[in-house]
Design a protein around this ligand. Sequence first.
Ligand SMILES: *Cc1c(COP(=O)(O)O)cnc(C)c1O
Length: 269
Amino acid sequence: MIAPAPDRPPSTAQVGTLSPEMLERFGHDPRARFAANLALAHRRIGAACERAERSIDSVRLLPVTKTVPAEVLRLAWQAGVSDFGENKLQEARDKAEQLQDLPIRWCMIGHLQTNKVKYLTRLADEFHALDSLKLAEALDRRLETDDRQMDVYVQVNTSNEDSKFGLSPDALLDFIGGLKAFPRLKPRGLMTLAVFSDDPNRVRPCFTLLRELRDRARQVDERIAGLSMGMSGDYELAVQEGATVVRVGQTLFGPRPTSNADYWPGATG
Ligand SMILES: *Cc1c(COP(=O)(O)O)cnc(C)c1O
């Protein structure tokens, strides 16, 4: 999954550049703290895989770095991470500029407005929040201009909450059929955000539904094989329900100072 990093010598000079606010949030040795958090998350994914009788290689941990400053991403890179998940394009672009010297794979996981596709294709390798044919069309056209392709996950609203982006489950199969008109898009699977709850009996059905939808979507397009689901609060449950990508932020980088409502309209907390 995440490669060990003997080829990525730590540059202690970077740590010295952390501001007092960052020291407060990430500690005096953010690289070591991150590496320990990462190892723990891998162990938990491993245990969840065992319970579900799955191979640990079938789950990819995608570290999510929204609100985490570029200096800390550099330390995470030194600890072996190459793919970073970001929710907002502008924030990702700012960090990418500061980290130009690193071969990072940027994975955009947040809702995107159609008029922003050119920034997405310039930056990102993967997009996890495809949720309309209008966006698919604009993205395909832009990828054609840039002469490249992009891995995409189709976002589904499995919690039936207005606060979540994504297609309604009823609309999914037609949508998947429609995607075939866009040759530059490489559909990799489905993505969802479960209901925010501490109660597994409310969270699990969202993951189960996405898995069932994936099984049906795969009959329309066999490339729809992946399941991008599970965050800090629920990734073990997601793995048990079949997640192939878990998008984990706060478990690795500590609590976020921003509110969920900054990312999901109507969300609280
Ligand atoms: C922030 C975010 C995550 C990760 O959330 P954490 O609580 O930090 O683990 C996952 N998916 C999306 C779409 C996000 O925006």
